[in-house]
Design a protein around this ligand. Structure first.
Ligand code: C5P
Length: 235
């Protein structure tokens, strides 16, 4: 099991490209995230191949359905040997509890976290689907509901991490995408934090994709991030 906070996002369209990248990384230095594109194209075998290579895998499929269906999907994900999986908190308390209880009945329970409000949604988008208030207010409300429902944490923007850490306490996982080393391109991310600042704000894990996967030397890019995290800060 790695102590690295970095989860590398494997946003690839086929398992050959994903495994070619992964074979240049090291399970002692990072975990891996498999999302909807790679999973829909390559299916369970790619997850099993990553687990077989010694990696801890975050299966990012954001389940959202009736409680029985989500609980069964979480059980199926656990059968693949994943380390962490997620669902939408807006599926409600009963859905989250059913998923948690199903995983609880296994001899080894993977971590279960929630997506609160997608960062692509603004206040007007939320109003259109019947959510009152700002995205930040909804994020805080749904994170509290996820914790009450027995979940291990949430996916959140690094910009939300400090407030959620203060409200939800030390043990709650805060998994943050939108992280960019100071020297890296922003790509299509708009509001980012550096890895060190995201951890200082309270993130427990950092999801980082292209700064590592698109680098000429992915393991060197990953090592540079980890070294930056260990280096003492001047300020
Ligand atoms: O390449 P990059 O570091 O931008 O990848 C970030 C990963 O985190 C992608 O898999 C993206 O889908 C995911 N993500 C995100 N922002 C969110 C939620 C998930 O960038 N709000």
């Amino acid at each position: 099991m790695t102590k690295s906070p970095v989860i590398v996002a494997l946003d690839f369209a086929d398992s050959r490209s994903a495994l070619a990248l992964v074979d240049r990384l090291d399970p002692a230095l990072c975990r891996l995230k498999v999302g909807k594109e790679l999973f829909t194209r390559a299916g369970p075998p790619v997850v099993e191949a990553l687990v077989a290579r010694g990696y801890e895998v975050f299966l990012d499929l954001k389940f959202h359905d009736i409680p029985n269906t989500v609980a069964a999907a979480c059980d199926a994900a656990a059968d693949l040997g994943v380390w962490m999986m997620n669902l939408h908190a807006s599926g409600g308390r009963r859905m989250m509890e059913a998923a948690r209880e199903r995983l609880e009945s296994r001899s080894h329970r993977p971590l279960l976290i929630a997506v609160t409000i997608l960062t692509s949604l603004g206040e007007e988008d939320l109003a259109e689907v019947g959510f009152q208030g700002t995205p930040a207010q909804n994020v805080r409300r749904l994170a509290a509901l996820a914790e009450r429902s027995g979940l291990d944490g949430v996916v959140c923007s690094p910009l939300e991490a400090a407030q959620l850490r203060a409200e939800r306490g030390a043990g709650f996982l805060l998994v943050t995408p939108g992280v960019r080393p100071a020297s890296a391109a922003l790509d299509d991310q708009k509001r980012v934090m550096t890895p060190a600042d995201a951890l200082a704000a309270g993130a427990s894990h950092l999801v980082i994709g292209r700064p590592i996967t698109a680098a000429e030397d992915p393991v060197a890019a990953l090592r540079a991030i980890l070294e930056e995290l260990e280096a003492p800060k001047n300020c």
